[in-house]
Design a binder for this molecule. Structure first.
Ligand SMILES: [Zn+2]
Length: 196
């Protein structure tokens, strides 16, 4: 009864019209653009990590705008949860950025229709559907869009890291941002240890 679903070639129109839904995990290694953005120093297991997704199609009978004729409009809700390894811009060490997105798309007939769609709805992104739609690419797009412009640890382990690797003689006291004067690296390390 269940047919294997090709996430790279989904009939998105039928998926939405039939109010179908899908959920599962996709491995980072199957997402080339995400793999390309993954920190070079990420753990070796990073490509094997997975992102959990849900995709839910549905139809609404409603006017595209007030006064317009009521039409059958197709929608797709997509959520993605997981994490992605990025380079911290403050201390340059890799860290796992949590990913947790929820996006509603209106699915239209063509690229032209998507381009022509009014941009006034902040809550719904308009995408062109296809009978061979790649949900994987949409998941990639969503993850990449969700990434911070300046990826950073919430609190960098930079003092500790730089002392261990010895690559940075000027340890920044990131662990204690209130402190104006720079403590000696050993004082900073002692301070860090006291916090654990
Ligand atoms: Zn950092």
């Amino acid at each position: 009864m269940t047919q294997p679903i090709d996430l790279r070639a989904l009939d998105l129109f039928a998926f939405c019209r039939k109010s179908e839904s899908l959920s599962g995990d996709v491995a980072v290694r199957d997402l080339p653009r995400i793999l390309a953005e993954t920190a070079a120093q990420a753990p070796a297991s990073a490509p094997e990590e997975t992102l959990a997704y849900t995709a839910t199609g549905f139809v609404r009978e409603e006017a595209a705008e007030p006064g317009a004729p009521v039409a059958r409009r197709l929608f797709l809700d997509v959520t993605i949860k997981g994490r992605m390894w990025l380079d911290c811009q403050r201390c340059l060490a890799p860290y796992a950025e949590p990913i947790d997105t929820a996006t509603r798309f209106e699915v239209v007939e063509s690229e032209e229709a998507a381009d022509a769609a009014p941009m006034d709805d902040d809550e719904v992104d308009v995408i062109a559907g296809s009978k061979r739609f790649s949900l994987l690419e949409l998941i990639e797009d969503e993850v990449l869009l969700a990434l911070p412009v300046a990826p950073k640890h919430d609190a960098c382990p930079s003092v500790h890291e730089s002392l261990v690797t010895g690559t940075d003689g000027e340890a920044q006291p990131e662990a204690e941002p209130e402190e104006e004067k720079r403590p000696s690296p050993f004082a900073a390390l002692a301070g860090l240890k006291n916090k654990h």
